[in-house]
Design a protein around this ligand. Structure first.
Ligand code: UD1
Ligand code: UDP
Length: 384
C-alpha cells in the first residue's frame, strides 16, 4: 500500500476559489490523497459564496479581511497565519492559484518551511510589473518559489521556459476555470434572483460589466463608467447589468456615476452559477477582470477589456477579446462600434476554447501522480 500524500490547498479570494474548487473536489475524490483547504479569507462574503456553492468547508480559516486593507496588511496577516497552519498541517505539498497576494504569500510561507509548492495557473505574464498590479509581480514571485508549474496554455509554458524554469516541472493543463464554467452553465437555467428574472434577454441587448483592478481605482474607473452611461443613453435597447465588487472604492464611484441611470442595474456580487449563466445569456461583456477573459470566449461572448494590456493573449489572438483601455472616449468608441456594426460583432462572437476543455483538474492530479512516481509518463498536455 502506497503511503497517502497530504496536499494543502491555499486560497483567499473569489477567483482563486472558483478556479481551485474543481481541483479540490478532484483531489478529494482520489483515495491516495488527503486534501485539506486553508483559506486566508482575504475576501469574506465573495469567498464564502463560492465555498458554499461547491460545498467546501475549509479546514483552516484565517479570516484576515479588513475594510480598506493595504497590500502590507494582507501580506503580513496571511504570512503569520499560514506559518501556524503549515506548522500544524505539515503537508507534502502546498498548492496555490494564480496571482493574488494570498497566492504569493502562500508560496512564500511554504518555502520558508521547505515545503514543496505547486502553482496552478502558472506562467501568465503581461511584461509590466505595475499592470496588473500587484498581480504581475505576484505571479513572477510565485513562479520563482514554485516547484511544479501548472500552466493553462502553451504560451504560459513558454514564458516559464524563457525565465529558466525546468521543462520537466511544467505541465500544460488547461485552466480549471473552464472545469467550473462547464458545470455551471445550463441551457435552461432559471435565475432565482428577482433582478435577473426581470431582464428581457429577447428584446434587450444585455451588457455585463465587472471592474475591480487596483490600478483602475479612482479616475480610470470614473472614466469608463461615464462611457457606459453615454452608451446606455444612446442605445435604448441596451441594458447594463453590473454586479458591483464589494470593494468600497469601486462601489462609491459606480453608484456616483451610474446609480441613477435608467437601464443600469447595479446589483450585489452574484453567486457563480447565476453569474456564469448571465454571461452566457448576455450580448457583450465589459470588464477589467482576468477570469472573464477566459470564460467569455468559451461562451462565444465578445469581451472589451478595460485595461491597457493583458497576460491572457490567446483570446485576443483568436479575436473574441479586445483591449480598449480605460479612457472614456476609447471605451465609448469600441462599445459603440460593436453595438452598431453587426458584422464586427459577429466576427468577435465566436465560441473559442483556448483556455481549457473541462479536464484541467484531472491533468493536475495526474501531474502530481507523475511527480510522486505513481505514473511514469507525464499526462498529455492540453492542446486547444
Ligand atoms: C483581490 C486581489 C486581486 C483579484 C481580486 C479578485 C490582491 C492584492 N488583489 O483584489 O488580484 O483579482 O481580489 O476580486 O490580492 N471586500 C469585501 N468583501 C469581500 C471582498 C472584498 O468587503 O468579500 C472589500 C474589503 O473592503 C477589502 C476590499 O474589498 O478591503 C478589497 O479587497 P482586496 O482583496 O484587498 O482587493 P481586491 O481588489 O478584491
Ligand atoms: N464572478 C462571480 N460573480 C460576480 C462576478 C464575477 O461569480 O458577480 C466570477 C467570474 O465568473 C469569474 C470570477 O468571478 O470566474 C472573476 O473574479 P474577479 O473579477 O473578482 O477576479 P479576477 O478574475 O480579475 O482575478
Amino acid at each position: 500500500m502506497v503511503k497517502k500524500k497530504n496536499v494543502l490547498t491555499i486560497f483567499g479570494t473569489r477567483p482563486e476559489a472558483i478556479k481551485m474548487a474543481p481541483l479540490v473536489l478532484a483531489l478529494r475524490k482520489d483515495p491516495r490523497i488527503n486534501c485539506r483547504v486553508a483559506v486566508t479569507a482575504q475576501h469574506r462574503e465573495m469567498l464564502d459564496q463560492v465555498l458554499e456553492l461547491f460545498g467546501i468547508v475549509p479546514d483552516y480559516d484565517l479570516d484576515i479581511m479588513r475594510a480598506g486593507q493595504t497590500l502590507h496588511d494582507i501580506t503580513s496577516r496571511a504570512l503569520l497565519g499560514l506559518r501556524d497552519v503549515l506548522w500544524k498541517d505539515k503537508p507534502d505539498i502546498v498548492l496555490v492559484h494564480g496571482d493574488t497576494t494570498t497566492t504569493f504569500v502562500g508560496a512564500l510561507a511554504a518555502y520558508y518551511q521547505q515545503i514543496e509548492v505547486g502553482h496552478v495557473e502558472a506562467g501568465l505574464r503581461s511584461g509590466d510589473k505595475y499592470s496588473p498590479y500587484p498581480e504581475e509581480m505576484n505571479r513572477r514571485l510565485t513562479g520563482m518559489l514554485g516547484d511544479l508549474h501548472f500552466s493553462p496554455t502553451m504560451s504560459s509554458r513558454e514564458n516559464l521556459l524563457r525565465e529558466g524554469r525546468e521543462e520537466e516541472k511544467i505541465f500544460v493543463t488547461g485552466n480549471t476555470v473552464i472545469d467550473a464554467l462547464l458545470k455551471a452553465v445550463q441551457a435552461d437555467y432559471i435565475f432565482q434572483e428577482e433582478a435577473l428574472n426581470r431582464l428581457d434577454f429577447d428584446r434587450k441587448r444585455i451588457i455585463v460589466v465587472t471592474t475591480h483592478r487596483r490600478e483602475n481605482l479612482g479616475e480610470a474607473m470614473r472614466q469608463m463608467y461615464l462611457a457606459m452611461k453615454d452608451i446606455v443613453r444612446e442605445f435604448p435597447d441596451v441594458q447594463l447589468v453590473f454586479p458591483v465588487h464589494k470593494n468600497p472604492a469601486v462601489r462609491k464611484v459606480a453608484s456616483e456615476v451610474l446609480g441613477d441611470s435608467e437601464r443600469v442595474s447595479l446589483v450585489e456580487p452574484l453567486d457563480y452559477e447565476p453569474f456564469a449563466n448571465l454571461m452566457s445569456k448576455s450580448y457583450l461583456i465589459l470588464t477589467d477582470s482576468g477570469g472573464l477573459q477566459e470564460e467569455a470566449p468559451a461562451l462565444g461572448k465578445p469581451v472589451l477589456v478595460l485595461r491597457e494590456n493583458t497576460e491572457r493573449p490567446e483570446a485576443v489572438e483568436a479575436g473574441t477579446v479586445k483591449l480598449v483601455g480605460t479612457k472614456r472616449e476609447d471605451v465609448y468608441r469600441a462599445t459603440h462600434e460593436l453595438l452598431r456594426d453587426e458584422s464586427k460583432y459577429l466576427a468577435m462572437a465566436q465560441a473559442v476554447n483556448p483556455y481549457g476543455d473541462g479536464h484541467a483538474s484531472e491533468r493536475i492530479v495526474q501531474a502530481l501522480y507523475h511527480h510522486w512516481g505513481w505514473r511514469e509518463d507525464k499526462p498529455l498536455p492540453f492542446i486547444p
